[in-house]
Design a binder for this molecule. Structure first.
Ligand code: ADP
Length: 510
């Protein structure tokens, strides 16, 4: 084969390659073109020719900048083209553009230098892609996201989104305002810090179960407001899935249900109160009938015995009348307690105020109480008191009742006997009356309930009768005098009840 034939063969191959290349460049949807340093077109593929409405012959030699670009775009392109020729580096950019035929679009373009062997550039290959559709979708997406954000910030609910693993990646403005957290603080598991410590475990467990199962979630929890107040929220979250059913993210909303919760709590409280009132009434009726029956039965029995003794002219009439009097007094005392409680409940428990000497008053009560005890009592009562008067302002009869009650209990709850010590003391501002016994004592768990109406400690024996009202009345009387009652007791060792009353101050004296 001679040289001419070789050259012809080479030419045919080249022609074939050029045809294939041209066909390829025609078949793609991108615009492909080549231009020289002066911006003159050396080539343009068919899609570009169609866009411009000219033929290949017409465009070759035509200047790139004769295409009527808006001035700012022309300047930008010029600078970029110059840059490619000078640096030999690729330039990528995008721009909106309206073709000479009036077709509006958004284009992405790449200028690639065609490098010579020595690295110099004579021509640049350009490719421009119509990305109008993609841009439109991007714009729509952005707009819809902005709309979503605007709505999300308007609703009163606290909203958020989680990634498929359950980590929080977004919160609406309401969440940030309510909790005082920043987006960064609330991110991932930061939201847990706003949950009530008692609700955190439930919240985490519910979330983890939802993530594993992919099921929507719904539970109630408290969330902390910026001022530290916790409010109840109904928390709901559901997964958002892609076309293949895979979870893309979770959206969650917390709705404030505090009012409903409070209404519910108030309803529960009202019901509990009504039930407690009913229970108190039942308790009252059963205790009252039991407690009143004992002295009454004995009273009737002795009255009958007395009647027979009188008719028959024999029997210890003196002892019988004594028992009758004692039982009648007991009945009277019980009825007085019931009346006092009724007065307390109806707000009719009046306290008459006048200066009185607590030491003298206590001494008198102790005297009267000791006299009433049997001669062979197992309860010697001792009293210690300051010589000078201890003046408080109060109701003498009611305060006598307090000391009587404490003395009575000291004896009643010391079935094995033991001395009862009464002490009157005076501190800087208080008058103190202590009644100490060596009786059965009070179990630790019961000590906090002694002043509740009808309460009786579990260690009281059946024969130590009582309503469980005495200390309640004592507590109320002392409280109405601005004082308090303190209890120290060890079960099986004894108890000390300490009444603290404010001393009369100079104002009271005036
Ligand atoms: P009552 O004596 O009628 O039961 P109180 O209100 O006076 O009612 O006392 C309430 C309870 O407190 C008693 O039932 C008893 O359990 C306990 N209590 C009161 N005083 C004493 C005391 N000095 N020693 C032991 N327990 C006492």
């Amino acid at each position: 084969m001679n040289n001419d034939e070789e050259r012809l063969g080479e030419l045919a191959r080249l022609e074939q390659q050029t045809r294939l290349l041209t066909m390829t460049l025609t078949s793609i949807r991108d615009f492909a073109y080549i231009f020289d340093r002066d911006g003159r077109f050396c080539y343009a593929n068919q899609p570009l020719l169609d866009l411009l409405g000219i033929t290949l012959e017409e465009i070759v030699g035509k200047n790139f900048f004769d295409l009527n670009y808006p001035p700012d775009l022309a300047a930008r392109l010029q600078a970029q083209i110059q840059q490619v020729f000078e640096t030999g580096e690729i330039v990528k950019d995008e721009t909106p553009f309206t073709s000479p035929l009036g077709v509006e679009g958004f284009y992405e373009y790449i200028f690639t230098p065609v490098l010579n062997d020595d690295g110099s550039v004579d021509v640049v290959a350009g490719s421009t892609r119509d990305v109008t559709e993609r841009k439109q979708i991007e714009t729509q997406l952005r707009e819809s996201e902005e709309r979503f954000r605007a709505v999300a910030d308007l609703v009163p609910d606290l909203l958020w989104s989680n990634n498929p693993r359950g980590k929080t990646d977004w919160h609406n403005q309401r969440w940030l305002e309510y909790t005082g957290q920043t987006l960064k603080e609330a991110q991932d598991d930061g939201w847990l810090n706003a949950a009530h410590p008692d609700d955190r475990e439930t919240a985490l467990r519910s979330f983890q179960a939802a993530i594993v199962s992919g099921n929507a979630l719904r539970y109630e929890q408290r969330l902390r407001r910026t001022d530290g107040v916790y409010r109840w929220f109904l928390v709901q979250a559901r997964p958002v899935r892609d076309e293949a059913g895979q979870i893309m993210c979770w959206y969650g909303a917390a709705t404030d249900i505090n009012e409903e919760q409070s209404a519910l709590a108030a309803e529960h409280a009202a019901r509990a109160e009504a039930e407690a009132a009913l229970q108190t009434r039942d308790q009252f009726l059963s205790v009252a009938s039991h407690e009143l029956r004992t002295p009454l039965t004995s009273l009737i029995g002795y009255a009958d015995m007395l009647r027979r003794a009188l008719t028959q002219g024999k029997g210890d009439i003196h002892k019988m009348t004594e028992v009758i009097t004692r039982q009648a007094q007991r009945l009277n005392a019980l009825l007085e307690q019931l009346l006092d409680v009724t007065r307390l409940q109806q707000g009719q428990f009046a306290i008459k105020r006048q200066p009185l000497d607590v030491a003298a008053m206590t001494a008198q009560v102790v005297d009267e109480f000791s006299i009433a005890l049997p001669a062979n009592t197992k309860h010697p009562i001792t009293l210690s008191r300051p010589d000078e008067p201890v003046i408080v302002v109060g109701d003498v009869l009611r305060l006598e009742q307090v000391v009587q009650n404490l003395l009575n209990n000291a004896v009643k709850y010391s079935p094995a006997g033991g001395s009862v010590r009464v002490r009157v003391k005076c501190t800087a501002g208080d008058a103190i009356v202590e009644v100490e016994d060596q009786g059965i004592g009070i179990p630790g768990g019961a000590q906090g309930h002694l002043f509740e109406p009808f309460y009786r400690a579990p260690n009281v024996e059946a024969q130590a009768s009582g309503f469980g009202l005495g200390l309640h009345i004592v507590g109320e009387i002392v409280q109405r005098h601005g004082g308090r009652v303190e209890v120290r007791s060890t079960e099986g060792v004894g108890s000390t009840f300490r009444v603290v009353l404010p001393l009369r101050d100079s104002e009271d004296a005036s």
